[in-house]
Design a protein around this ligand. Structure first.
Ligand code: SF4
Ligand code: SF4
Length: 305
């Protein structure tokens, strides 16, 4: 084994994938269904699945690492609701993985130590609160300001309610965070009325590109992903094998998150993370840069295997 930086490492894995290897890169671990909030549209807190123990999660992380995973995402529900979250983070890091934690931002997240946080937003101010709970937006802003030195990315999932707030969110959070990225809501059966149509998504992506070109804001979504939204991308094959999903009860599935809930309709999907991976599989360097920033990597060395 020898050390390498992200892009050379990725290219090494890319060559393996091109020769038929199907080992995953990222493990999305749903460590809990619990959440301090009870958003109407959220399916996760409504599920009644027993949580796995700390030791069982350790074994699951070891297994993921054995399979080739280098990027561990802890999500929920709200992962900081687990008392052992610090142990889970440390264990993942000790195994040599980059650890990212996806949070709703209402708990004081700075006390934990992942490589990067992703804070999920559903809009600015009252729009966010309407989907979550009154006062939640202010709590997030308070926690972000309190944890100035912590690496954090804000992710806005675009839908009909917040699409008019793109510039507001971007200008407000750019100076407070390490970047903003955009995701387009998938039209799940439970939320399809909220999701933007494909033609709306295409138009919105073009607007984001114009905003990004101004270079005033820290938008980390890549041009490659944004430009691909629309007809062209929908014909492409999604490299969902790059993702290993570990459910709350440790059920394993290699593939896409949509499949955890319902049958996927790739022709209407512009999910941000899979979209960036699709571009990264074409070795688009701006998508690789997105992966690098969003994983909290910077100059950290990775181990080839
Ligand atoms: S904050 Fe996130 S995980 Fe929690 S209930 Fe709302 S959508 Fe679900
Ligand atoms: S639904 Fe989206 S994320 Fe899932 S396999 Fe299809 S394109 Fe990929």
């Amino acid at each position: 084994m020898r050390p390498g930086q992200f892009i050379p490492y990725y290219i090494y894995r890319y060559l393996r994938w091109k020769s038929g290897d199907r080992t995953p890169l990222t493990a999305v671990s749903k460590v809990t269904n619990k959440c301090g909030l009870k958003c109407d549209h959220c399916p996760w807190w409504k599920r009644d699945i027993k949580e796995a123990s700390t030791e069982d999660w350790f074994r699951a992380f070891e297994n993921a690492r054995e399979m080739g995973v280098i990027h561990l995402i802890l999500e929920g529900g709200e992962p900081t609701e687990r008392d052992d979250i610090d142990d889970l983070i440390s264990y993942g890091k000790d195994l040599g993985m980059l650890v990212m934690l996806i949070t709703n931002g209402i708990n004081d997240f700075g006390e934990h130590d992942p490589d990067c946080y992703w804070i999920s937003l559903e809009g600015f101010g009252k729009t966010h609160d309407k989907n979550r709970e009154k006062g939640v937006f202010d709590k997030i802003v308070e926690n972000i300001k309190r944890n100035e030195d912590v690496k954090k990315i804000v992710g806005l999932t675009l839908n009909k309610c917040n699409v008019h707030q793109i510039e507001k969110v971007t200008s407000f959070f750019s100076p407070l965070t390490d970047g903003i990225w955009f995701n387009f809501m998938y039209p799940y059966k439970s939320s399809k009325d909220l999701a933007l149509s494909l033609s709306e998504q295409e138009k919105v992506a073009k607007n984001i590109i114009e905003l990004k070109k101004k270079k005033e804001y820290n938008i980390i979504s890549s041009y490659s992903y944004l430009k691909a939204i629309g007809k062209k991308r929908r014909k492409e094959k999604c490299p969902s094998f790059l993702t290993l999903l570990i459910d709350t009860d440790l059920t394993l599935r290699q593939g896409c998150t949509v499949e955890q809930l319902e049958m996927c309709k790739c022709e209407v999907c512009n999910l941000g993370c899979y979209g960036e991976l699709t571009e990264a599989m074409k070795l688009r360097f701006d998508s690789l840069k997105f992966l690098k920033i969003s994983t909290g990597l910077e100059d950290r060395l990775l181990w080839l295997r």
